[in-house]
Design a protein around this ligand. Structure first.
Ligand code: GRG
Length: 319
């Protein structure tokens, strides 16, 4: 698949230069691939088979889910669980639920009534292949199945099932992910101030990334101090991630991105490069990534080495 090739291209450019962690170039690449496979196998088990009635719907859900996403949210969830000395298996259902929510948001975001995109994860978008009606329903079903998957998680001593459900529901809900999407739609073509831009990015993107690491920490029964450090890490990393995404939209090709490049400018979207310029955007992403690293200071380098390496990778990524 195209994105697998692209993943190779992007990973080959990883420069682990920013931080004190011992993850080598090769190690990070194999870590990501191993984790992607683990997550894909679990997702495959959780999703209804493609021939299960209504087969069109299940094919559409699987089409978008397995189209080649980077699996960053579930990988971050598992890495946060490791940092808090938890078990990967305990975090895995939460990691899979996060990927389902993320994929639903992409399917709906690509619809003609939203961003109207033809291309996602290196493939034609869900509505291009299955039609708009089925794409809406596939997104709905991916969102819904996320909660079914959470129900397979084993609550820890400090975090019961209702806490886990609330965490993911709030992050995906009308005051976070959807609030960000609404503000993003309403900002199109307007002269947006930096404060409003930060609101959009913190909600549209950072909220789910922040919850990804929080849920990993919760699965590991993290104490309040660790959860708070992980939360700060996730918030800084999430905002840096979207700033990089904004930068890539204006600096990369569609082929590398696996989605249409240059759409933000064409749609007059509120982005960091548009509001503060490209160089200041790069500096801001670096500053936030530094803060993300600093937030992990209470963890040993060994426990948090994957989180440190992932923060560097996200800053340096090319798609
Ligand atoms: C429809 C409620 C609703 C929300 C949509 C996800 C989203 C909000 C909009 C998509 C466009 C966009 C810029 C989203 C910000 C988050 C983002 C950068 C998504 C892409 O994430 P990656 O790079 O994608 O992790 P893959 O495909 O690798 O999973």
């Amino acid at each position: 698949m195209l994105l697998d090739t692209l993943r190779g291209v992007a990973l080959s450019s990883i420069k682990n230069r920013a931080i004190q962690q011992p993850f080598s170039h090769v190690n990070l690449k194999s870590y990501l691939v191993t984790r992607q496979k683990l997550i894909d196998r679990a997702l495959d088990r959780y999703l209804p088979k493609a021939n299960r009635k209504p087969a069109t719907l299940h094919r559409a859900m699987r089409y978008s889910l397995f189209a080649g996403g980077k699996r960053l949210r579930p990988i971050l969830c598992l890495a946060a669980a490791e940092a808090c000395r938890g078990r990967i298996d305990d975090a895995l259902p939460l990691a899979c639920a996060l990927e389902c929510i993320h994929t639903y948001s992409l399917v709906h975001d690509d619809l003609p009534s939203m961003d109207n995109d033809d291309f996602r994860r290196g493939c034609p978008t869900c509505h291009k292949v299955f039609g708009e009606g089925i794409a809406v329903l596939a997104g709905d079903a991916l969102l819904t199945i996320a909660f079914e998957i959470v129900s397979h998680a084993k609550p820890s001593r400090r975090y019961d099932m209702s806490t886990l459900l609330r965490e993911i529901a709030v992050a995906a809900g009308s005051q976070k992910l959807i609030a960000g999407q609404v503000a993003d739609l309403e900002a199109e073509g307007k002269n947006v101030k930096r404060r409003e831009l930060q609101f959009i990015h913190e909600n549209k993107t950072a909220a789910i990334l922040r919850s990804s690491v929080r849920l990993g920490a919760m699965s590991a029964n993290a104490d309040a101090r660790k959860l708070s450090a992980i939360t700060r890490f996730g918030q800084r990393l999430g905002l840096a991630f979207q700033i990089i995404d904004d930068i890539l939209d204006v600096t990369q090709t569609s082929e590398i991105l696996g989605k249409s490049a240059g759409k933000d400018v064409a749609a007059k979207k509120a982005t960091y490069p548009a509001v503060i310029g490209l160089e200041k955007s790069r500096a801001e992403a670096k500053r936030l990534t530094r803060e993300a690293h600093n937030a992990l200071s209470i963890f040993s380098n060994r426990d948090a080495e994957a989180l440190h390496a992932l923060a560097n990778y996200l800053l340096e990524r090319e798609y």
